[in-house]
Design a protein around this ligand. Sequence first.
Ligand SMILES: Cc1cc2nc3c(=O)[nH]c(=O)nc-3n(C[C@H](O)[C@H](O)[C@H](O)COP(=O)(O)O)c2cc1C
Ligand code: SF4
Length: 440
Amino acid sequence: MTTVASESASGGAARQAAGLPRLLPATPEDLQAHLARYGPAPYQRRPGVLIADVEASGLTGRGGAAFPVHRKLALMARAGARQGRKVVVANGAESEPASRKDEMLLRLAPNLVLDGLQLAAEAVGATEAHLYLHYAPGPQILRALAERSSRGLDRLGVTITQAPPRFLAGQEAAVVNRLGGGPALPTFQPPRVSERGLGGAPTLVQNVETLAHLALIARYGPRWFRAVGTSDEPGSMLTTIYRPDTRAHIREAAIGTPLSALLATGEGASDGDHAGIQAWLVGGYHGTWLPMPDAAGITLDNASLRRFGAAAGAGVLAALPSGRCGLAETARVTGYLAAESAGQCGPCLNGLPRIAAALAELAGSGHRRQTLADLERWSGLVTGRGACNHPDGTVRFVRSALTVFAPEIRRHARGQCSATDRTPYLPLPDRMPTSEEDWT
Ligand SMILES: Cc1cc2nc3c(=O)[nH]c(=O)nc-3n(C[C@H](O)[C@H](O)[C@H](O)COP(=O)(O)O)c2cc1C
Ligand code: SF4
């Protein structure tokens, strides 16, 4: 699987202000190129100003839940340090196997993320800054940290911690547990990590893309940020798009862009050119399958997606080509998600493997009459019953598949399958985890 940045930027701040892309340069930018483009991070020494600007900008988190960023910042700014500690974490875990946007951002624009981390730390009065990464830190991020340190640019040193390659490792409580030296497992909340996080200290966890947007808002202001996007969901977001050629295209898109423009089938294809696509998966493996006619009429914003039971999540959009079996793909991914249950909460531990086994049965040849009813019952039993929303997200994905691929289920019941190509399509880690596997 190759990864391609579909959009590139060039030019200075004037060009930057004009349109998209805002975040991704064409090639990795070292500190010199970064400073030439943006100038130094605008520390304000008046933290409230940045929080007010972030509020006016309408920036929401890009890690999946789209929570308003200013509310987290304001809460953290008000929180008292615990034993002199207050913590900010840049979450680059990117634990969703289909997402590649954070990796690309950290490779191409590491200094933008680090600016955002430092600015957020200043705004909330943090005493510690952490960068949490799925991969061993790449040369670009290490170089950026070394260059910034030698020039004395940053108020706080940054500690890097590597996440285990687990789906849940990027969930915020799991992040905090891992940073504290424990396993990357979610825990029941409250208290939220903003109240009692790393070492008991108030902890702000923001996705790395969110921090990069924040670094630009600090420079160009909320009006600039709102120049693209919708009034309710302003700005742009990074998306990871899988077209039938199976390459992952990283594309920065204005929120509110028609999916049809993002989903055009290949380089040079025009909007609406969706030949050979039967369905779209929107929002990744906790996301929602949409049949092609629906997907073509939707825009990339939660207000539009919500009407179809979907959400943008962390921006994963995957086209399912006509010759593939959506049911088999869903069964394969659900098997992975079930194996990724942290095994701490009974309904999730027991329910997800049953759901995965029932889907595998549906995706096989012929199934028991009871299987569909069991699936529905187990889905109801696990929803809302976990310390994290892994069961809820998995059930959303499964239920949408049962609707969109209903004709395929009937075909399989008769011992048929419409697939002409049975090679796995949606990306999964090379090796499936085992439930006993290490979370550190
Ligand atoms: C199962 C699960 C996995 C998650 N993985 C990630 C991740 O890899 N990266 C990330 O930024 N947020 C991830 N999140 C969301 C985080 O819990 C948290 O909300 C986010 O990092 C906050 O940043 P934001 O507000 O800037 O999006 C995950 C959440 C869940 C429930
Ligand atoms: S809901 Fe599932 S994945 Fe989440 S903490 Fe509980 S057992 Fe682990």
